[in-house]
Ligand binder design. Structure first.
Ligand SMILES: [Zn+2]
Length: 277
């Protein structure tokens, strides 16, 4: 399937794959670890109608339950996981990261924006429409993490908290971690007001401000959540060459990806998937 995606640069960050009419994005950098199955869904290849058309597996968007169920079956088959192994977050812009154990397989973690596990087969699933997906793979200790980082989570360093959870629970050394920053809103599309920038000024060192945002006047700024999360991951001890940063923006591709800034609440959710083989 050919996806007419608009890219921010010419780097090869993603592969576009398709199975059974369901396209998804995958990172060669994560794939090369050899220990994970992963992907990122698009709007295409599902059966939902209306605002959620067509691939939505989130139960919080007003979508028909039977459509969600069929979509889960389709995307699971495409990526190569089992629907009953999908383990979800119910994200509320916290910095809470859950440690997922065998008993949690197939459940949902409330008030949680990140998950880590070392249990093979459990497929971590998180939801997006402009916010930033963060993938973590520790090939040495065979552990993974998947985290939702909107601007609040980014300011709260949820990426670093995820790596710390992996270190605490699985002995992960950040230098071994392979990470990916997933499809989300780009700086050109992400206008924010002074109050958001105040928080970034408070929590990020002054020398990196020019990298993260610029002032457009009238109290409006353009904020770069990709760069901000690269900074958070570097701070966590992850090596620069171990981070794949998206060059696909959700808001630049509203026909292929759900974008909150493009359609407001009238939308489904994109999903990130990460499982240990
Ligand atoms: Zn954009």
């Amino acid at each position: 399937m050919k996806l007419d995606l608009k890219y921010k640069n010419k780097e090869h960050i993603f592969d576009i794959r398709e199975q059974g009419g369901v396209p998804y994005l995958a990172y060669p950098l994560l794939e090369e670890t050899g220990i994970v199955t992963h992907g990122f869904s698009t709007r295409l290849g599902g059966v939902s109608t209306g605002n959620c058309a067509t691939m939505n597996i989130s139960t919080t968007r007003g979508d028909a339950p039977e459509a969600v169920e069929e979509n889960r079956r389709r995307i699971a088959a495409a990526i190569g996981v089992k629907p009953e192994d999908m383990t979800f977050t119910h994200q509320t812009h916290t910095t809470n990261v859950a440690v997922v154990e065998e008993k949690d397989r197939g459940t949902r973690f409330m008030e949680t924006d990140g998950m880590v596990t070392n249990v093979p087969g459990i497929c971590l699933v998180t939801f997006y429409a402009d916010c930033v997906p963060l993938y973590f793979v520790d090939p040495v200790h065979r552990a993974i993490g998947l985290t939702h980082s909107g601007w609040r989570g980014t300011v709260g360093r949820i990426g670093r908290i995820t790596v710390e959870k992996m270190a605490e629970n699985y002995g992960t050394d950040p230098k071994d971690v392979i990470a990916a920053i997933g499809p989300s809103i780009c700086q050109d599309c992400y206008e924010v007001s002074e109050d958001v920038i105040c928080r970034f000024r408070e929590y990020f060192p002054e020398e990196c401000w020019p990298d993260l945002f610029y002032n457009k006047g009238d109290g409006k700024y353009q904020l770069d959540l990709w760069k901000a999360n690269e900074h958070v991951l570097a701070e966590a001890g992850i090596l620069k060459e171990h981070i794949a940063t998206t060059n696909v923006c959700t808001h630049c591709n509203p026909d292929i990806l759900f974008s909150h800034r493009a359609t407001g609440e009238r939308r489904g959710n994109l999903s990130a998937f990460l499982a240990l083989k």
